[in-house]
Design a protein around this ligand. Structure first.
Ligand code: C2E
Ligand code: CA
Ligand code: CA
Ligand code: CA
Length: 284
């Protein structure tokens, strides 16, 4: 909301000022974090529902701020996409994720697990595939053990350049996952036009599966079942996001969803906690 000031200048609401300050503060934090190595990847298990085995991990960005503690990614990523810092942040998270996958791989039963890394639309330039190949090679990680997570925003404009880049990444042997599936629009057409391997059903659908609004729960079940069936027909595997309850897991298993990720299994963990947790469970 704007008001006219005395001399015709526009006086902004305090809330707008607050937001501007907040944004400037995040921008400063990003600057310091890139220089000081405050970015780190945390890891959340992805589990095969049928067997309960861990098949991979999603890497999720955190900023370890020396004064403010561990900060969540969403506001940081919003600002970083505006300023362009997302490219550098993305590289730090990707390299951290691959270095730590190499460590996790040495544990018995986890040698074939993958890491799924989130990529912003702004990271899709022609250097992406050779860059990924270089880092994977440095850590001796086979490309099939990297899943590139993209949102529908990446695919939205059917941009031939994006398509070439995704094809190159796929040619390397990496798998491609559509994140937050079902939250964009005309999602189904992407599956035929782009080299998609994995569909991640957005947590909003999973949350309403067992909701107490019966009609909504029923519709969500039909949606999840439908998305799963279509994905399988398109030779994609399916991951349910945000799985928090046993009832959700039971339903997902019944309708044949392949994998699940969520607090029911584990929260995202820093590498030290992850290694401790994994070392104390049997993965064979
Ligand atoms: P996302 O890719 O959809 O990641 C899943 C989010 O759901 C994560 O939030 C995760 O902590 C949370 N989550 C996992 N299980 C559950 C559950 O059972 N219940 C609930 N309520 N939430 C659950 P997080 O870590 O805060 O990340 C938020 C978003 O930030 C991500 O959503 C992704 O879009 C973005 N993001 C995270 N790391 C990166 C990154 O390295 N690069 C980019 N470009 N984006 C990232
Ligand atoms: Ca994701
Ligand atoms: Ca998601
Ligand atoms: Ca999301």
């Amino acid at each position: 909301r704007k008001r006219e000031g005395k001399n015709g200048a526009q006086v902004f609401d305090a809330s707008i000022l607050d937001r501007t300050r907040e944004r400037a503060e995040i921008e400063n934090d990003i600057h310091a974090a890139l220089a000081g190595n405050w970015f780190e990847a945390h890891f959340q298990q992805i589990v095969e529902i049928e067997t309960g085995r861990i098949i991979g991990f999603e890497a999720l960005m955190r900023m370890r701020h020396p004064r403010k503690g561990l900060l969540p990614p969403a506001p940081i990523i919003d600002v970083a996409e505006e300023t362009g810092a997302i490219g550098q942040i993305g590289e730090q998270i990707f390299e951290d994720a691959i270095a730590n996958l190499a460590r996790v791989s040495r544990l018995p039963g986890l040698g074939q697990t993958y890491v799924a890394v989130n990529f912003s639309p702004l990271q899709f330039d022609s250097h992406l595939a050779p860059y990924l190949a270089g880092i994977l090679n440095r850590y001796d990680i086979h490309p099939s053990r990297l899943v590139v997570e993209i949102t529908e925003a990446v695919l939205m404009h059917d941009n031939p350049e994006i398509r070439r880049i995704l094809d190159a990444v796929h040619q390397l042997g990496c798998r491609i996952a559509i994140d937050d599936f079902g939250t964009g629009y005309s999602s189904l057409s992407y599956m035929s036009r782009f080299p998609v391997d994995i569909v991640k059903i957005d947590q909003s659908f999973i949350r309403s599966l067992g909701g107490n609004r019966l009609e909504e729960a029923e519709k969500s079940r039909m949606l999840v079942e439908g998305i799963s069936a279509i994905s399988h027909k398109m030779k994609c595997s399916v991951i349910a996001e945000g799985v928090e309850t046993d009832d959700q897991r039971t339903f997902l298993k019944e309708i044949g969803v392949d994998c699940a990720q969520g607090y029911l299994y584990a929260k995202p963990l820093g590498i030290a906690d992850l290694m401790t947790t994994l070392a104390h469970t049997d993965h064979e």
